[in-house]
Design a protein. Structure first.
Length: 467
């Protein structure tokens, strides 16, 4: 769970220094303004309905003191923001028996652009999954990078999240940076965290760009694998960490689309049976094998409807499908429709499909230990069936000037009847306080990924204070 790297910490130090330089530059560049003029300035806020004091004749009131900015404003002006979060979860996301958890987190962000030159961005958090226990203290730098623009070129170097794809939450082309599936967080994308990478984009014309990515550091998805009397896990990340990606993207026209290619390591590990321990537990190896992914996506809006499609073919090392410890080549496609019903009501429905080439049913594996391990590996990698069909849907509604938002989402595997449901409500109490609550429900047979997560059913409630 812990992820503290020298590169992002160096970026944080550099970012802080740059923030101080930017403040100094802005101070030198700011023209001198009389205190009275500064206090009375309201540019951009429109006309004021407050009465104006006349300057005709002397005033008996004491002279006004220049208004002092609060510490919130000063911190934000320097580029620092963050939030303090407290939450209750009835269960964790590790498919075990831990329940009734008090969660505390402190999130911080630095985002600063110099007047001329690069910008710096750092975001991370510290927290504890069980405030009333002594386990799972978490520290993570999610991102820490420098970026700058030079004519048509955009550059970014450091720890960064690179997310590809245009469909809703199910993205076949999104293979570059990982997620922490055990993080107790009610927001969908906050489980992402970055890898050290260098990215360069060349932009031209109207919304045309080519982006190249080099990732010398590999970081995998985080799952709730833990040793127990029946299983001992061995997780190995690749020694050779070269990963490359390239994408051609067109945005801003009638149809937005992209074509991409990725050559790197699989974020989801393969499983291999490695023997029996002295205590009788199965030893299972988790390895990340190299893959090549070619993909494409497209989206367009017609009236109140938005249509999106995304597809990717993944080539693996097991090109003939005869090694149960390595995923087979596969095709993954998603097609969706989003409709705006007006009155802050929207709905999305998507069909997803996976096809596994050279599929081998686990029943054909004669060794019982290998059969058990292969079954778990196939479910984790969505390769248990030759063809997997499913639907996902999400409905969102906002009320009271968009301060209250409700969301209901779900997903179902049609040929195995496993399903997932999630309801969430968000209320913006003020600029500083947000309340979030909801429930996650999993159900299905033991040969569905949703069935394997039934113990992750959870009621959650969180309060966030922003500063």
């Amino acid at each position: 769970m812990c992820s503290t790297h020298r590169g992002p910490l160096v970026a944080l130090v550099i970012a802080c220094c740059m923030g101080q330089v930017a403040l100094a530059e802005e101070t030198r560049a700011q023209p001198a303004v009389a205190p009275e003029a500064a206090a009375g300035s309201n540019e951009g806020d429109g006309p004021s309905m407050a009465p104006v004091e006349s300057d005709d004749g002397p005033s008996m009131a004491p002279p006004d003191e220049p208004e002092q900015a609060g510490w919130h404003a000063k911190v934000r002006e320097a580029g620092f923001t963050g939030s303090l979060r407290g939450a209750y979860w009835s269960s964790n996301r590790r498919a075990n028996d831990e329940d009734h958890l008090g969660v505390g987190q402190l999130w911080g962000k630095f985002d600063r652009k110099l007047m001329k030159g690069p910008g710096a961005f750092v975001e991370g958090y510290v927290g504890r999954e069980d405030l009333f226990g002594d386990r799972l203290h978490t520290t993570r730098i999610r991102e820490g990078y420098l970026d700058w623009r030079f004519n048509e070129w955009d550059f970014r170097v450091g720890k960064q999240i690179i997310a590809w794809g245009r469909t809703d939450r199910l993205n076949p082309t999104d293979n570059l940076t990982p997620r922490d599936f055990t993080l107790l967080d009610p927001e969908f994308d906050e489980d992402r965290f970055g890898s050290i990478a260098a990215r360069a984009s060349f932009n031209w014309g109207r919304g045309n760009s080519v982006t190249g990515v080099w990732i010398p550091e590999f970081r995998s998805h985080v799952y709730g694998f833990s040793n127990n009397p029946a299983v001992v896990w061995r997780h190995t990340e690749p020694d050779r960490r070269r990963q490359l990606g390239i994408k051609y993207d067109v945005s801003g026209g009638d149809i937005d689309y992209s074509v991409s290619y990725y050559d790197g390591f699989d974020l989801t590990p393969d499983m291999a049976f490695e023997g029996i321990t002295a205590t009788g537990a199965r030893r299972i190896g988790l390895d990340h094998n190299r893959i090549q992914v070619i993909g494409s996506d497209a989206a367009t809006t017609v009236g109140s409807n938005r249509y999106a499609v995304e597809i990717a073919y993944t080539r693996t090392r097991d090109t003939q499908g005869d090694n149960p410890a390595i995923k087979n080549p596969h095709l993954y496609a998603v097609a969706g429709l989003e409709h705006d019903f007006t009155n802050n009501l929207t709905g999305i429905v998507q069909y997803f499909y996976r096809h596994v080439y050279h599929h081998r049913a686990t029943e054909t594996i004669t060794d019982l230990n290998w059969q058990v391990v292969a079954t778990n590996g196939y479910l984790l990698g969505s390769q248990y069936d030759r063809n997997l069909h499913g639907l996902s849907a999400r409905v969102g509604k906002k009320w009271f000037n968009e301060t209250l938002e409700g969301e209901f989402a779900g997903s179902v595997q049609l040929n195995r009847h496993g399903y997932f449901l999630r309801a969430k409500m968000t209320y913006i109490w003020s600029d500083e306080i947000k309340l979030i609550g909801g429930y996650e429900f999993y159900s299905g047979s033991d040969v569905t990924s949703f069935g394997r997560q039934e113990r992750n059913k959870a009621l959650f409630a969180e309060i966030r204070y922003f500063f």
